[in-house]
Design a protein around this ligand. Structure first.
Ligand SMILES: Nc1ncnc2c1ncn2[C@@H]1O[C@H](COP(=O)(O)OP(=O)(O)OP(=O)(O)O)[C@@H](O)[C@H]1O
Ligand SMILES: [Mg+2]
Length: 292
């Protein structure tokens, strides 16, 4: 379906459903029905507890599943239609998978980040430029890191190499599946700052999967909440946070201001929960107790 300006969504799932090992006794219905339109330039957090189907949705965007026609669309074109150019999809949608190890191909950092651009047929000079830019952007200065062995890096550094490899493809869409998982608080903070800067400086459509609304709220302004393979909420971040009772029943991490607001409801039953920052929480509190 087209928007008011006539352009189709950049990515769309239409009643997408997916069952692993379909037709066998071990069949798992991973996604029951997800319909989702993502417009160019949106920053969407796909949030849900473990096994809710987030990575299956990501694999659908990557065209890694046995997709049936009529379910997954890039710029209005059905990616499972006969004759669809999957290479085109790969040039458009960059994906950092949940386990960075699964996408690091080369032993040496520079070679790994160069893999995508080289495979896409870019010249050596342009590839080098992109590798340098991507590593620098990710806080891995090119001269210091290009010859380092991937296996000798920390988990957080390895994740950055994986992200650099995807950035070097300069895709208009960037999908990050659990980018913060397994990082210590400092690693999380650094990566968050980096991603915030990246998304601000480039005209990216960003999709971030996470079991934490805290992480998603720092990067995204729209949340799609999944539970057991279905969408249970979809809307602007604030609107979704306002329905905190529903969210509290799911095994996801709520932002600190939302948790605090829920506590404060015991004293102030009308206390709002659509709060994104500590400042907003404080302002609401000051209004009610009349001091600052
Ligand atoms: N390759 C597979 N074969 C069989 N079942 C699978 C496969 N991959 C995922 N599943 C199942 O599909 C369901 C959804 O999994 P998925 O990985 O999409 O969830 P998720 O929300 O990404 O979870 P997590 O937060 O743990 O990463 C789960 O029940 C999972 O066990
Ligand atoms: Mg996952």
């Amino acid at each position: 379906m087209a928007s008011s300006d006539g352009t189709p969504p950049i990515l769309e799932l239409r009643a997408f459903r997916y069952t692993y090992l379909e037709g066998t006794p071990r069949a798992v219905e991973a996604v029951r029905e997800v319909s989702l339109k993502i417009r160019r330039g949106e920053r969407v957090g796909i949030v849900g507890p473990t096994q809710s189907g987030k990575s299956t949705v990501v694999d659908a965007f990557a065209h890694l599943l046995r997709l049936k026609p009529g379910q997954v669309f890039y710029e209005g074109r059905d990616v499972a239609a006969p004759g669809y150019d999957r290479q085109e999809l790969r040039r458009r949608v960059g994906i950092v998978f949940q386990r960075p190890e699964s996408q690091i191909i080369e032993d040496v950092v520079g070679a790994d980040v160069a893999f995508g651009p080289t495979a896409a047929g870019l010249s050596a000079a342009e590839t080098r430029e992109r590798v340098e830019e991507s590593l620098n952007t990710l806080g891995l200065p090119y001269p210091d890191y290009r010859l380092r062995y991937v296996h000798a890096l920390s988990g957080g550094q390895r994740r950055r190499v994986a992200i650099a490899g995807v950035l070097a493809m300069r895709t208009p869409v960037l999908v990050l599946d659990e980018p913060m998982a397994g990082l210590d608080p400092r690693g999380r903070r650094e990566l968050l700052e980096l991603l915030v800067r990246l998304q601000r400086d480039r005209d990216l459509t960003l999709i971030v999967c996470s079991a934490s609304l805290t992480d998603a709220s720092l990067l995204c302004d729209r949340f799609v909440v999944l539970d057991r393979g279905s969408v249970v909420a979809d809307g602007p971040a604030r609107e979704v946070l306002g329905e905190s009772d529903r969210l509290a029943g799911l095994d996801i991490t709520l932002p600190e201001p939302v948790i605090a607001a829920r506590e404060l409801r015991k004293a102030f039953p009308d206390f709002p929960t659509e709060l994104l920052t500590e400042e907003e929480l404080e302002a609401e509190l000051v209004q009610r107790i009349g001091v600052s």
